[in-house]
Ligand binder design. Structure first.
Ligand SMILES: [Mg+2]
Length: 175
């Protein structure tokens, strides 16, 4: 269980992901979380820097879909103006939203990357299906709801265990 909380890659932000390298390795699709991964949990719209990142993702040949546990209104307001497909109220870490997203992208688990800021939802869900999981640092934990705050507490407990088991090395930690 605890090993499944360990991401394949840890970075500070989505901008630190080496997209070219992942494309060379055969990855073709990105399932990304929204809140605190792309923008802060209370930020309704994409930043200019993020718009450039979306353009780069597309230009390299990746498909991208947002999979969020947040509601229709929140996710649609962000994604619809950008013509980005999304799955809302996803109930990550359950398998269903990940499978749905891959089906929509017409990609296999071997071709798919998951990006998110939470070990219990994004990483655990992605690892269970054998996807390439990327953990980013949360953009801002100040605006997080109760459920996420509980998850963060469990994350800290899990991290202590993983460190003891030698499955989490500080030197890999982002700056
Ligand atoms: Mg999140």
């Amino acid at each position: 269980m605890f090993e499944r909380l360990v991401p394949k890659l840890r970075v500070n932000t989505v901008f630190d992901i080496d997209l070219e390298d992942l494309y060379r390795q055969g990855y073709r699709g990105i399932i990304t979380d929204l809140d605190n991964t792309l923008v802060g949990a209370k930020a309704p719209l994409a930043t200019p820097e993020l718009l450039l990142w979306f353009a780069k993702v597309k230009e390299l040949g990746f498909k991208l879909i947002i999979v969020s546990n947040n509601n229709m209104q929140r996710v649609s307001r962000f994604a619809t103006p950008l013509n980005i497909e999304f799955v809302h109220q996803a109930r990550k870490p359950s398998n269903a939203p990940f499978l749905k997203a891959m089906k929509q992208m017409e990609l296999t688990p071997q071709q798919t990357i998951v990006v998110g800021d939470q070990m219990l939802t994004d990483v655990y869900g992605g690892n269970r299906l054998g996807l390439y999981t990327v953990l980013v640092l949360p953009i801002s934990v100040q605006d997080e709801g109760m459920g996420t705050r509980i998850n963060r507490r469990i994350e800290r407990i899990a991290l202590t265990r993983l460190r003891k088991q030698g499955l989490w090395h500080e030197e890999e930690n982002p700056k």
